[in-house]
Design a protein around this ligand. Structure first.
Ligand code: ASP
Ligand code: MG
Length: 440
């Protein structure tokens, strides 16, 4: 069994959906589970609609729903040609847009919000299936809401996912092609929920782990992971091999190509992950496996919107328990810390979610004097054992001469050196490191 996940742009136009159908039927030597995101732009539109409803602006929500419906009406006329297939696609739109119109009349709740957000993947998969049917391609739909489960802490319940999915697969013994939704799931209360934005990769990896797949293919519109952010840096190159550890660090520290949580299920069940390009299917992309990678820097990634918090205690000198009390404040506020640096009297930490910052600052004030720097960026240089490359720090710092570096994290992981810089310096730092670290 092989998992093939396609992102929003890969199904973003009718002709792209046609290409996806070609890709998933090109090699029928083993069964495939196809995981689809919503058509690009749809989840953003749904987030907007839900927000408008939440603040009571029904008219704005209605306009946005109508605009989305028009978009899909045009979409299906190019997706399918035959009258029966068009009829089926129209019925799909009717079902889901009827739902979106009904919500205009009921009051907004967090549970309803999740229902709204789920419409994108439900639409994309059902429309894709209408096209498969028109082409006479045999498939079976595996509704994600029937097997994808998260617990009360919003963590996936892999054992339940496996049991439910296996039972579903057994109902279709002679089928080689399955289609399912990324992103959506049911929570501990049985309600529709999701794996957070970008979560379709996570769905694919969880499914891969649940069925012990031979590979988990993540299809996007770029040829694999690049050594640096290709959207803002000149002269980047694809990275052909990564270990799971390297990929996890890169995804966590900002490489947008892969959802950060999507590595662990594949890693735990040792399923190779391939990052492939729908626009260039023959390109080799990036292969991520458990094999220890060759030493050396592989890629640089950056994460924006970081807040640095500095806590200075006059009593930290020779005191123990100070760091524990600091960390407890973050734990209590369910905010995870990315980088830490300490001196004898002060500690600086970074967080990427500032939603609990006011509460955190209030509690930290009891421990010492606190200062905050917003709008920072973490730049991470990742590669197997790069921290033991004796020339690496020198190359990093000499290429960044003149740039103010707020924090440095070295030695926490052998495979990662991270710097904190002002957000506005990010692009310049990435570009300079591209030369300093990779000679590009
Ligand atoms: N459609 C969802 C999003 O845009 C999930 C995904 O595409 O991965 O976040
Ligand atoms: Mg994505």
């Amino acid at each position: 069994m092989k998992i093939m996940k396609f992102g929003g742009t890969s199904v973003g136009k009718p002709e792209r959906m046609h290409e996806v159908a070609g890709l998933v039927t090109a090699d029928e030597s083993e069964p495939r589970i196809v995981v689809l995101s919503a058509v690009s732009g749809t989840t953003n539109a749904l987030v907007g609609i839900s927000r408008q409803l939440a603040i009571g602006d029904k008219e704005a929500a209605r306009l946005a729903i109508d605009a989305l419906e028009t978009h899909y009406q045009n979409f299906i006329t190019k997706l399918v040609q035959s009258e029966p297939a068009l009829g089926k696609a129209r019925a799909v739109l009717q079902e889901h847009f009827e739902f979106l119109h009904i919500i205009l009349r009921i009051s907004w709740s967090e549970a309803l919000n999740k229902d709204i957000l789920a419409q994108g993947e439900l639409l994309s998969t059902k429309l894709f299936c209408a096209y498969l049917e028109e082409q006479g391609i045999r498939y079976a739909m595996l509704p994600a809401l029937d097997f994808m489960r998260i617990d009360a802490n919003e963590e996936p319940r892999l054992d339940d996912i496996r049991t439910l999915l296996t039972a579903q697969l057994q109902q279709h013994p002679n089928i080689g092609l399955f289609v399912t939704q990324g992103y959506i799931c049911r929570n501990a209360r049985g309600e529709v929920d999701n794996l957070k934005r970008g979560g379709s990769d996570y769905s694919a990896s969880l499914i891969a782990a649940a069925v012990s797949a031979s590979a988990c293919e993540i299809w996007t519109d770029i040829s694999g992971m690049h050594n640096n952010d290709p959207r803002i840096v000149d002269r980047t190159v694809p990275v052909s091999r990564l270990s799971f550890d390297e990929a996890a660090e890169l995804a966590y520290f900002g490489a947008k190509i892969l959802h950060p949580a999507s590595i662990w299920p594949a890693q735990q069940y040792n399923v190779p992950v391939k990052l492939l390009n729908t626009m260039e299917p023959s390109a080799s992309g990036t292969l991520i496996t458990s094999e220890a990678a060759a030493p050396g820097a592989k890629a640089i990634a950056a994460k924006d919107g970081i807040t640095a918090v500095n806590i200075r205690s006059s009593r930290m000198l020779l005191a123990y328990g100070f760091l524990r009390r600091v960390f407890e404040v973050f734990e209590k506020n369910r905010t995870s810390i990315d980088m830490i640096t300490t001196s004898e009297v002060a500690v600086s930490v970074t967080i990427d979610s500032a939603s609990s910052l006011p509460a955190i600052l209030e509690e930290l004030a009891a421990l010492g004097s606190v200062s905050v720097d917003g709008d920072q960026a973490i730049v991470s240089i990742v590669g197997h054992e790069i921290a033991s490359d004796t020339s690496m720090l020198q190359r990093i710092f000499s290429s960044l001469e003149g740039v103010e570096i707020r924090m440095v994290s070295y030695g926490g992981s052998l495979h990662n050196i991270s710097l904190l810089v002002a957000g506005e310096k990010k692009t310049e730092v990435l570009q300079r490191l591209n030369n300093g670290v990779f000679g590009l």
